[in-house]
Design a protein around this ligand. Structure first.
Ligand SMILES: *[C@@H]1O[C@H](CO)[C@@H](O)[C@H](O)[C@H]1NC(C)=O
Length: 389
């Protein structure tokens, strides 16, 4: 009976794995195509922006994201003139300067049109992700004597300001964001959308590469689904549902196989993410690769397992069970690590916390049940596992 599933050949398995990799790579291309949309740079700023932001020809202009256009020029003493424009109806528009592409720890210039059409622009420090941790009039950006300006021209808002840097500014992680709610008492409500862009201010060689938000989300979601849901569930069937033979076996094999493919997709997304960001996440990366190697060993063990009545089967069982447990445990540690280094929000923490809690409670209950009925079963193994001589 259980022998039927042995027709899952390594060949089929590798074809499915290759398919998962291709799927991921094409997803990546699509994301890039969407982000490459352009915007116009030919508006004349001289009629509505004050000096020194009034000269369109002096400013380098780059459409960056959505309707956001960034214009800039370098002035002496490491001063940068910046004009950020975006289509605006209400709420706020912001430009953040970040060390690592993350929101936390960055400083941002935020502008909006308030009550009685009054224009506002303020610097904020993004101490954390919640609204209360976004502090007005704090932040590490240095201004100059030139007053910033905010102008609504038609449907487009322009934020114009000068910043002084301590060293010549070249490459910089920028955050662009907008919110729908107009700030009240300078308190910003959460953004509707945001992006992070690695921007090169070096003259002539300005290049834009968008922060791969989608890829990062895909990596996290796939990892949690594989390592946090499917693989533990598949292991639970193998440990606690032996009495439903051979159903447990089929479920275990199919679920672990699907979990392995999704874990592979997550790994591919993670590697691709690392190649784009080059962030220093040594522990998360190392542990992720190690855990995946354990998963490969588990799959190989499945194909190479000895017959049920073979003498070495005991050792194989012992090996298979313990490598599986260690892999699941380390994967859980690595997901927590990933949530931390990725600066994932409360939704991710809550989502994974919920998965983990459900799994731990289920395993505890099932383990107690197994102990209670344990001795009887152990004395008399099911006939399927050990056929009587
Ligand atoms: C910008 O404003 C300054 C000062 O008002 C003026 O001298 C200059 O001609 C303006 N430049 C453009 C391109 O309009």
């Amino acid at each position: 009976m259980a022998g039927e599933i042995r027709t899952v050949s390594p060949h089929m398995f590798f074809r499915a794995s290759a398919f998962a990799v291709l799927l991921l790579l094409s997803l990546d291309d699509e994301i890039r195509a969407v982000e490459a949309q352009t915007d116009s740079c030919d508006s004349d700023l001289s009629s509505f922006l004050p000096f020194p932001f009034n000269s369109s020809s002096a400013l380098t202009c780059r459409p960056v994201w959505n309707t956001f256009v960034l214009r800039y020029s370098k002035a002496p003493d490491n001063v940068l003139n910046i004009v950020l424009s975006a289509v605006y109806t209400s709420g706020w528009v912001g430009l953040g300067f970040s060390r690592d592409g993350m929101m936390v720890g960055s400083s941002a210039m935020v502008g909006w049109i308030g009550k009685e059409s009054r224009a506002h622009i303020r610097q904020y420090f993004l101490r954390g992700q919640s609204s209360s941790e976004v502090r007005v009039n704090e932040g590490q950006l240095l201004g100059t004597d030139v007053s910033p300006a905010v102008v609504l021209n038609g449907a487009t808002i322009y934020l114009a300001f000068q910043l002084k840097f301590l060293a010549p500014i070249t490459q910089q992680s920028l955050l662009f964001a907008f919110g729908a709610a107009t700030p009240h008492h300078y308190r910003l409500k959460e953004h509707e959308d945001k992006t992070s862009v690695f921007f090169d201010f070096s003259a002539g060689t300005s290049s834009i590469s968008s922060y791969p938000h989608q890829l990062k989300k895909a990596h996290g979601a796939l990892a949690i689904f594989a390592w946090g849901v499917l693989l533990p569930v598949g292991a639970i069937f193998a440990r606690y549902f032996r009495q439903f033979d051979p159903l447990w076996y089929y479920l275990h094999a199919v679920i672990q196989f699907a979990g392995f493919l999704i874990a592979l997709a997550s790994l591919v997304a993670g590697v691709s993410l690392y190649n784009k960001l080059h962030v220093n996440v040594l522990a998360h990366r190392g542990l992720g690769i190690f855990v995946f190697v354990l998963a490969i060993l588990q799959v190989l063990a499945f194909f190479l397992r000895p017959e049920k009545d073979s003498k070495v089967r005991r050792y194989w069982n012992w090996y298979h069970h313990w490598v599986g447990r260690i892999a699941l445990f380390l994967a859980a540690v690595n997901i927590v690590l990933g949530i931390q280094v990725g600066g994932a929000g409360n939704g991710w923490k809550g989502g994974y916390g919920f998965c983990l809690a459900v799994i731990i409670i289920t395993v505890s209950v099932l383990e107690v049940m197994l102990c209670l009925r344990g001795p009887k079963k152990a004395a008399e193994p099911p006939s399927f596992q050990m056929p009587p001589q």
